[in-house]
Design a protein around this ligand. Sequence first.
Ligand code: GDP
Length: 317
Amino acid sequence: MSSAGITKDSKIFVAGHRGMVGSAITRRLQAGGYRNLLLCSRREVDLLDQGAVRDLLQAERPDYVFVAAAKVGGIQANNIYRADFIYQNLVIETNVIHAAYHAGVRDLMFLGSSCIYPRDCAQPIKEAYLLTGPLEPTNEPYAIAKIAGLKLCEAFNHQYGTRYVSVMPTNLYGPNDNFDLQDSHVLPALLRKAHEGKQRGEHSLTVWGSGKPMREFLHVDDMADACVFLMENEVDERLFNVGTGTDVSIRELAQTIKEVVGFSGSLEWDAAKPDGTPRKLLDVSRLAARGWRANIALRDGIRSTYDWYVRNGARGA
Ligand code: GDP
C-alpha cells in the first residue's frame, strides 16, 4: 500500500481524464476497483483558470491527484506553437500542484516527458542526466515547462514534506491519441497515412525527416499501469523514467505500420521536415528495480491501436 494509505474508496482526481494518458489512467483505476474518482471536463473546470482550480480542489479535497492534463503534440506542433506549449503547460501544472497542496493533498503524480533530458546525452538516459546539457530545440518550450513542473514537485517535497512523484514517459501511443496529420506524433500519423493510402490505392506513403532517428514507444495502457503501480507502492525516489527499454528507427516503425495496416506502397522521405532528437532511449532500471516492467509488445500495441482507430476514426484529434 502507498504511504498515502490509498484504499479503493480514496478520492482520486485525474486532471486531464479526457486525454490519451488521463483516460488510460482512469480505465486502469476503474479496472483496479477504485470507485471514487474525481473527473471534470474542461467545460466544468478550465485548468488554465487558477481560481476555478483552487475552488474545485478546496471543495473536493481529494486524497490523490494525477496531473495528466497538458498541451501536447508532435514535433511540428511543438515547433510552431511554441508560446502555447510553454504557457499552457506552465499554467496548468502550477495551478493544479499549488491548489492541491493548499487543499491538503500529500500525494500527487506529475506526468512529464522524456524530452526534458538534454538532446545529446548518453544513452540510455538515466534520471540523473536531467539538466546536464542543452535541450532539443524543436520541443524546448514544452520541455522547459515540464522541467519546471518536476522542479515544482521537488520544491514542495523539500519545503513541505509532500510526496509528489514525477514520471517521465517515453513516446506514448494508444487509444484516444491525436490522429491529426499536422499536429500529432509519428505513430498515429503514420497509422492514419497508411490506412488512408490503402483505402485510396496510393503507391507511396510520405514519412517526415530521414527515417534515422530512434524512438522508444510505450503503449499508454502500460504507462497507466506504471502510474497506478507507483501510486500503490511506497517508493523513496521522486522521479521515474517509464519506458520499454528498447527503441526502433522511424524507418523500422514505418515498415511495421505498413505491415499491420496492410499497405503495400513504398516509403517516401520528406527531408524538409525536422528529425528532432537523434535518439532518446530511457534507462528504466530505477522503475524495474521496484518491480514494474512494460508488457505490451510494439507490434501488438500498434495492431490494437489500429483497430481502435478503424472503429473510432480520428475523433481523438
Ligand atoms: P518527437 O519524438 O518529439 O520528435 O515527436 P514526433 O513523434 O512528432 O516525431 C518523431 C520522429 O518521427 C521525428 O523524427 C519526425 O520527423 C518523424 N516523423 C516521420 N513521419 C512523421 C509524421 O508523419 N508525423 C510526425 N509527427 N513525425 C513524423
